[in-house]
Ligand binder design. Sequence first.
Ligand SMILES: NC(=O)c1ccc[n+]([C@@H]2O[C@H](COP(=O)([O-])OP(=O)(O)OC[C@H]3O[C@@H](n4cnc5c(N)ncnc54)[C@H](O)[C@@H]3O)[C@@H](O)[C@H]2O)c1
Length: 326
Amino acid sequence: MRSTEYEAGTTVLVTGAAGFIGCNLVNALLARGSSVVGVDNFNDFYSPAIKRSNVADALQHKAFTLIEADICGRDAMKAALATHKPDTVVHLAAWAGVRPSLERPAVYVRNNVEGTTNLLELARALPKTRVILASSSSVYGSNNAVPFREDMNVDQPISVYAATKRACEIMAHTYHTLYGMDIWCLRFFTCYGPAQRPDLAIHRFTRLIDEGKPITVYGDGSTTRDYLYIDDCVAGVMAAMERCKGFEIINLGEEQTVRLDRLVEMLSQALGKTAKIDRQPVHPGDMLHTRADVTKARKLLGYQPHTMIEEGLKRFIGWYRKKDQS
Ligand SMILES: NC(=O)c1ccc[n+]([C@@H]2O[C@H](COP(=O)([O-])OP(=O)(O)OC[C@H]3O[C@@H](n4cnc5c(N)ncnc54)[C@H](O)[C@@H]3O)[C@@H](O)[C@H]2O)c1
């Protein structure tokens, strides 16, 4: 299907629409002419006020409908799907974050595994609807050999969050096998950019360094991450929506890694302030290294990562400063 055919008159239901990735995706979908139904329960994992401001622009748009609902709720989600009959569901709603998942495992299981199962079970009533599901690089768990490829063994997650994300992939595969649903799972690597969650390292470090407060750095700074810029993430999701057929699991990253100490240095330079470091041992649940092999994304999605960390951080800091002034 050519992308222009797909864009005309499609309806997309986005769960987690008020979150970081969700609001960026919603704005991009509206800009290209899709009708968008956003679902979010504005939970307090981080400030619901931030989530409200994330959807403020979209709410001005006629083609956007916001449904405040929990994805675990059967009636509300059934009504949302039956009313809007989306061509595609992009399922982003989840409790994200590795460290908090060790404190509240039941919340993660409920929202991530039960929520996803509820959604898949209801979506099967719409046989033509494609489902794009947000998975995570965290599923690679104790694998040490980077870059990570989709066909690696991922049976050794090292956090509750990772285990729930892997469970969602397995559930998605089950629904594809049982009912022939078209479902693609995208394994996002560490995503950053405007509207990034306040708990994630780049945002948290930026705020604390800017305020002259110490930042907690786990380990000696040699851990590395593949940081995925939000525009590349959104481009990958939109390409997956257009091409989703059958079942696939696909990495989305930049194929570039940054050491933690280098990240802190870059942020300090960009902010013109010295970081005060409170060094702590590596946190249980944290992976030492991540790096995506995006060969499959290139092949199936025509994916091409564009924004490397230097440029992405510039844009993020620009957004951060502007936000503070408004
Ligand atoms: N940001 C990243 O680096 C990253 C990396 C890998 C995977 N992911 C995945 O991408 C997705 C989006 O992540 P994000 O960073 O935008 O997180 P986020 O927390 O900013 O967004 C998630 C949104 O989902 C909503 N939500 C959670 N549980 C819900 C429920 N039961 N019912 C309705 N709404 C609910 C939240 O209120 C929030 O607005 C998640 O599935 C996450 O696991 C994110």
